[in-house]
Design a protein around this ligand. Structure first.
Ligand code: FMN
Length: 173
């Protein structure tokens, strides 16, 4: 059982035959602009839910947890996401406001990593986000919170078949 599972895992295909080009020399100096460009290309490549990413948080002992979320916006405050303030991630962010996002677009062999400090945005912005959710029925949710992660470091990663994968970094490291 475990041997065949191991074989199954090893036999799965990795990246598709055709991968997009990425020349870091030509990349926009503003990572938010590069992200917008990559998101548009992901939509063209029919990546499902390219606005979905994992959000990693940690408790005050440094024990990590992660889950998927939807990116809501990028502006001068940072990269926006929304969740319940009373959720595990909401509680972890209130005691340890450092987090990391990770996008993965398999059809293109692309990954985008973003890490930084998180701040809670206004009650008005949070209520507007709640009201704009698909299936919103006009009810309010006082526990709903919009957050912005201000990037300290970002990495845009492009797979290549020659294994010379490209890592294009902004910020620390
Ligand atoms: C693709 C996808 C998108 C999701 N988007 C959100 C979201 O935007 N906000 C949210 O609170 N939960 C979202 N979830 C659910 C979370 O992954 C998670 O189960 C939930 O928020 C509870 O997480 P926690 O207990 O770690 O706080 C999404 C799940 C998936 C699979």
């Amino acid at each position: 059982m475990s041997e065949s599972f191991r074989q199954l895992l090893r036999s799965l295909p990795d990246f598709p035959e055709s991968l997009p080009d990425f020349d870091p020399e030509q990349a926009h100096a503003d990572p938010a602009e590069l992200f917008r460009q990559w998101l548009a290309e992901a939509l063209d490549a029919e990546v499902p839910q390219p606005n979905a990413c994992s959000l990693a948080t940690a408790d005050n002992l440094g024990r990590p947890s992660s889950r998927m979320l939807i990116l809501k916006d990028i502006d001068d405050d940072g990269w926006h996401f929304a969740t319940s303030r009373n959720s595990r991630k909401g509680r972890e962010l209130s005691s340890n406001p450092h987090a990391a996002l990770n996008f993965f677009w398999p059809q293109q062999g692309r990954q985008v990593r973003v890490a930084g400090d998180v701040m809670a945005l206004s009650a008005e912005a949070s209520a507007a986000d709640w009201a704009a959710r698909p299936g919103a029925d006009g009810t309010q949710n006082p526990g709903w919170q919009l957050y912005a992660l201000r990037p300290r470091e970002l990495e845009f990663w492009q797979a290549r078949h020659d294994r010379q994968h490209i890592r294009h970094r902004y910020g620390a490291r």
